[in-house]
Design a protein around this ligand. Sequence first.
Ligand code: SF4
Length: 350
Amino acid sequence: MERKKTRVVKIGNVAIGRDNPVAIQSMCNSKTEDVEATVKQILELEAAGCELIRVTVPTKEAAYALPKIKEQIHIPLIADIHFDYKLAILAIENGADKIRINPGNIGSEDRVKAVVEKAKEYNVPIRVGVNSGSLERNYLMKYGGVTAEGIVESAMEKVAMLEKYDFHDIVISIKSSDVMMTIKSYELISEQTDYPLHVGVTESGSATTGNIKSAIGIGTLLYEGIGDTIRVSLTDAPVEEIYSAKTILKALKLRDDGVEVVSCPTCGRTSIDLMSLAKKVEDYTKQFNNSIKVAVMGCVVNGPGEGRNADLGICGGKGQGLIIKKGEIIAKVPEDELFDRFKEEFNKLL
Ligand code: SF4
């Protein structure tokens, strides 16, 4: 697939846009003021593969916590600001690598100008984030409700508010909780601008629903070449967002890091507890960023075949299973020892 030629924007030491890899990001759900809890969460996210992290900055204390957090983490730190332009300025002064604001909700032009001047001074990009849930009344009236056209026009108006002060270090997001509207909005805006796009489906739900909606929304856009950084929003632990983002990027062959697990759906031929086994394998392997393919199959119908195409495979039998490594059967082990033996062999591949 050919990716849209967007501008390059640097967020700390991570560049997004144009040919840079699609960056994975998430947002902490800890209180930013609680430095210890926030650092702990960010380090866990980093280990899982998170490349940009956002924290909310609703208070001065949160802004003052930013430098303390930054000195203990290794990925760029983004400050999420709503309504208060002074907090945006304070976040920049306290080391935020990027800020996310909606210039439409921070008040008068003077305030927007003050934030822009500070962002310029510190070389900090701004993400203009517009969500369907907060679309202004004039666009609701103009388009008869929340529409992709309204969301795009609102976002471009906010971008113009920054451009007016000769600021172009911009990333745009225009999220909706409606998947089709998200796709349409991003398609429209990508025809109108070359600023890099932060893509995601907002408020998408808990793991099952959220992953499906995100995979369709983000996946469709990436397949069309749209999107420079992604966030999977889940009502779940933030680390789950990273695993999901990695799976989406891997499925689209935009990344080859991370473990890919292939497992069969089970059927009447399955004679071992494949569901628990596949779950254990997935839970264990998702923490690693190595490019390894694993197959967990229920029987000899497709097991040896998939096993051969994987770096490591398990093929179930009656109360036992085969371990297949790089196409070779290396062991036949009882069912209750399958996972431990798998782990042992998997660890050798790391
Ligand atoms: Fe059934 Fe075997 Fe296919 Fe799994 S691999 S779905 S157990 S036939």
